[in-house]
Design a protein around this ligand. Structure first.
Ligand code: GLU
Length: 473
């Protein structure tokens, strides 16, 4: 059967990384099957039935987050709220078939049942009061809820692709409410009807939904529909093993974007967080599509490790196309230094990117390290850099200026050769010569090679910066 997966977030907050991982697994599973001629559709359903908590901003954050990660969905996103009529129709059908019933219990009666169940240590709360009662006994003026007439003995079984075979005794499960007294469908009903109508074949989601899967299975059976294949993935835990919270990095994906992570790095990291392919750590999207399967999803919760993600990000920055990195860096620089960028900024960044990207682990770091190329002179100097331009450093720089100005050609190699001759003649180490130059050109104490920087900046700008550092030509 052609594979259809879905991601079904509730738009009550941002798209956090746990949700992003769920989306990724569903997307990869669909892509894998599409590649191997087995259908492969990935659908998006916004579970917006909680009207008080669902916001358009959260829906937009989900669209943006998924698009940024490259997890494109097929067709338009489906709104669960807009499908209430279909949900109701399914409940009405069960009612007509005698597989569901109207329950008129008052809130007081229900809380008395809850108390009694607690006192007797029973899991099942609802005592079935209206299960077999004649509708003619209905109290006047009370709107009933509709409950599923769930099986009372035997067990409900799920053959979960990750968790294995899981069972629950039916006597532990209540006759769940399908429609509330005001006619609105419950979440459990909505999920089942939607997944069925959307043709979902595989439900891949966090294992916090495993208990829901039992009730949903009962509902599928009552409706006479085939159950989808379930795969409940262990949740992501924090580095300390506790359930993931904001403190552990359970943030929206946009926070990771703002902090300078590349989408492919986050995807690679999230992929490995719960799924493995031998010892492979760096896995391209291409390979992931080829290799992904639910049989290699781990059974125990993975721990989120920011240092690992950061290292992986460094790898993807080194791999990334220079032009793309320049765009990302320019966008940040324009925001941070409005009106202060040199008109040559983009060209210089592009020329210098190969040297810059070697040492950055995030786009934020890359931006910070690149800013000296982009900002108009005179550039600002850190205190440490200024330390290299004391009387001694300045004297050295003053002597060096004509050496550079007269260099045979303005190239990395020629400038280095000139500086080497100068250093040898004066009995100084090349590194010592480089420090005041670096301070003058970058305002900093660490950077790519100063000769590379001079090459990128060009003759006029380099000499201008040296003059700025010396307090004028
Ligand atoms: N809306 C649920 C959530 O955001 C997911 C439901 C499902 O995947 O079945 O956790």
């Amino acid at each position: 059967m052609p594979v259809v997966t879905r991601f079904a977030p509730s738009p009550t907050g941002f798209l956090h990384i746990g949700g992003a991982r769920t989306a990724l697994y569903n997307w990869l599973f669909a892509q894998h099957h599409a590649r191997h001629g087995d259908g492969g559709t990935f659908l998006l359903r916004i579970e917006d039935t909680d009207r008080a908590r669902s916001t358009q901003a959260a829906v937009d954050a989900i669209y943006d987050g998924l698009s940024w990660l490259g997890l494109d969905w097929d067709g338009d996103a489906i709104s669960q709220f807009e499908r209430a009529d279909q949900h109701r129709a399914a409940a009405e059908r069960l009612l007509a078939e005698g597989k569901a019933y109207k329950c008129y219990c008052s809130p007081d009666e229900l809380s008395a049942m809850r108390e009694a169940a607690r006192a007797e240590g029973r899991k099942r709360m609802y005592d079935g009061t209206w299960r077999d009662r004649d509708p003619s006994e209905a109290p006047a003026g009370v709107d009933p809820v509709i409950r599923l007439k769930a099986p009372q003995d035997g067990e409900t079984v799920i053959e979960d692709l990750v968790q294995g075979r899981v069972t629950v005794a039916n006597e532990q499960l209540d006759d769940m409410v399908l429609l509330r007294a005001d006619g609105t469908p419950t979440y459990m009903l909505a999920v089942v009807v939607d997944d069925h109508d959307m043709g979902v074949t595989h439900v891949i989601r966090g294992d916090d939904h495993l208990t829901n899967a039992f009730r949903q299975t009962q509902l599928y059976l009552a409706l006479g529909w085939e159950t989808p294949v379930f795969a409940h993935i262990p949740l992501i835990h924090g580095a300390d093993g506790a359930k993931m919270s904001k403190r552990h990095g359970a943030l929206g994906v946009e926070t990771y974007r703002d902090d300078g992570f590349l989408p492919e790095a986050l995807c690679n990291y999230l992929l490995r967080l719960g799924w493995s392919h031998g010892d492979d750590e760096i896995i391209s999207t291409e390979q992931a599509i080829e290799w992904f399967g639910l049989d290699s999803v781990g059974k125990s919760p993975a721990r989120f490790d920011l240092a690992k993600l950061t290292n992986l990000n460094g790898h993807y920055i080194r791999e990334a196309d220079d032009g793309r990195l320049v765009d990302l860096v320019m966008e940040r620089l324009e925001q941070a230094h409005p009106g202060k960028l040199a008109k040559e900024a983009r060209d210089r960044l592009f020329k210098g990117m190969a040297g810059l990207k070697e040492r950055a682990k995030t786009i934020s770091e890359l931006t910070e390290n690149s800013s000296f190329y982009a900002i108009q002179r005179p550039i600002e100097m850190t205190e440490k850099a200024a330390g290299h331009l004391g009387p001694e450093g300045s004297a050295l720089l003053r002597d060096l200026r004509p050496v550079f100005a007269d260099a045979e050609s303005w190239s990395d190699e020629a400038l280095m050769a000139a500086a080497k001759n100068f250093a040898e003649a004066g009995g100084i180490k090349l590194g010592a010569v480089a420090q005041p130059v670096r301070a003058a050109l970058t305002g900093n104490t660490v950077s790519p090679s100063v000769f590379e920087i001079m090459d990128v900046l060009g003759r006029e700008e380099t000499l201008g910066r040296i003059d700025d550092a010396l307090g004028g030509p």
